[in-house]
Write a protein that binds this ligand. Structure first.
Ligand code: HGY
Ligand code: MN
Ligand code: MN
Length: 411
């Protein structure tokens, strides 16, 4: 079985990228438009150019490398993933897919292949939403789903606006519309990603060929009450925003399970103001991440949560709910799945169909082109932690499938 991927080169790129973190020793923290993001882009541009690609950074910071086709007029095949991370995340979530693209470019170069169709490789921004909230931002901008006023209203936890952060990165928010790729502007999108779950490790299959991605939505909820002295304010009559929020949060798992046992709900962020140990909180802001196999179920969960929150309104609290993200369940393209399956079978790899419980840029890019998503195993099913791990030979096998599918799509 001929194997084209250079595992050592893949390992070197993953390890080099992992060094671009704001939390050395505590996993990967690479937020959008941070110095770590800049270092990663400089590094990736270098490797892309070494692989023979012409590189460009688009108006919002997505990095592209292009291998020209013998017919440059054709829409390119696009291969890649995101380069940002969650706080204290792992080394593979995102970079595995970006490296899969660049290694594919190296393999095309090493094989002296000049595809008919151009092939582009991408490292997208802000998929995790770790800095500006919501997530899938780079791909939502690329597909024209985020307008200038939404972007203008975004800011990070320190109050730095998206526009200010872009300026510090040498970009101009006003140029964002130039990043949009029209429907048909790419021929197909391929993403390799770590599974972030236990299935492949349990079954021993080399790769998962994703069938569909769950529906997901994200709320930012702000509850406001009245501050007061922790010692002199009697308990009855307090309007403690944290206690009120905690009551809603504690009930979410049961609410969700009651609607659909397959649905999941997570509160990952909580900010309490004013934040004094001896001050009754007058404001609590928290995130709610909701996912289910279909958008109708997510909608039922959102309705039930809003009903719970409105009871706080009746009890005299201020309640504000902002929906930061809402993406329906997304089936992967059958044609692209067939190419990935042919790639896996072509190199004798065991593969399996599987759904994705995690959101991915592929679900957004499916708005403008057919997409495919391939998983490689995650040790212990762990992800979004420093312990996230995929063996390099496992990653190399997945990239071999991406290389073969890319070649067949670009021929
Ligand atoms: O949240 C997710 O599913 C992905 O990791 N952004
Ligand atoms: Mn992730
Ligand atoms: Mn990811």
């Amino acid at each position: 079985m001929t194997f084209h991927v250079n595992e050592k080169r893949v390992q070197a790129m993953i390890e080099d990228i992992a060094a671009f973190t704001a939390s050395p020793g505590k996993g990967t923290t690479r937020l959008t438009y941070s110095p770590q993001h800049r270092d990663a882009l400089d590094y990736l541009q270098g490797r892309m150019q070494e692989a023979g690609l012409a590189t460009r950074i688009d108006a919002v910071g997505n990095l592209f490398g292009r291998l020209e086709g013998s017919d440059p007029s054709l829409a390119p095949v696009l291969v890649g993933s995101h380069i940002d991370s969650v706080p204290n995340g792992g080394a593979f979530d995102g970079p595995a897919g970006v490296v899969a693209g660049i290694e594919t470019a190296f393999c095309l170069r090493d094989q002296g292949i000049r595809p008919r169709r151009p092939v582009e490789f991408v490292a997208m921004i802000e998929e995790e939403g770790g800095r500006f909230g919501g997530g899938l931002l780079g791909s939502r901008i690329l597909t024209g789903q985020v307008g200038a006023n939404t972007l203008g209203g975004m800011s990070d936890a320190r109050g730095i606006t998206l526009g200010q952060a872009m300026e510090g990165f040498g970009l101009n928010l006003a140029d964002a519309p130039a990043a949009v790729i029209p429907k048909g502007g790419i021929h197909a999108f391929l993403e390799l990603h770590i599974e972030q779950g236990p299935v492949l490790e349990r079954t021993g299959d080399a790769v998962g060929i994703v069938t569909s991605i769950v529906a997901l939505s994200q709320f930012e909820v702000r509850i406001t009450g009245s501050a007061g002295h922790a010692g002199t304010t009697p308990m009855p009559g307090r309007r403690d925003a944290l206690v009120a929020s905690a009551g809603v949060i504690a009930g979410l798992p049961e609410l969700c399970h009651g609607i659909d046992p397959r649905a999941v709900v997570t509160v990952g962020q909580l900010e309490v103001q004013p934040g004094g140990a001896n001050v009754i909180p007058d404001a609590a802001t928290f995130s709610i991440d909701m996912r289910a196999p279909d958008a109708a179920t997510v909608k039922r969960i959102k309705t039930a949560i809003r009903a719970r929150l409105s009871l706080l309104g009746d009890a005299g609290f201020g309640v504000n709910v902002a929906e930061l993200l809402s993406v329906p369940e997304t089936p992967m393209s059958d044609e692209i799945r067939e190419r990935l399956i042919a790639g896996a079978e072509g190199c004798g790899l065991a593969w399996r169909d599987m759904p994705s419980g995690a959101g991915h840029d592929a679900m957004v890019l499916s708005r403008i082109a057919p997409v495919g998503l391939i998983f490689v195993p995650s040790r212990g099913g762990i992800s979004h932690t420093p312990e996230e791990w995929t063996d390099y030979d496992q990653l190399a096998r997945g990239i071999e499938v991406v290389f073969r599918a890319t070649k067949s799509l670009a021929e």
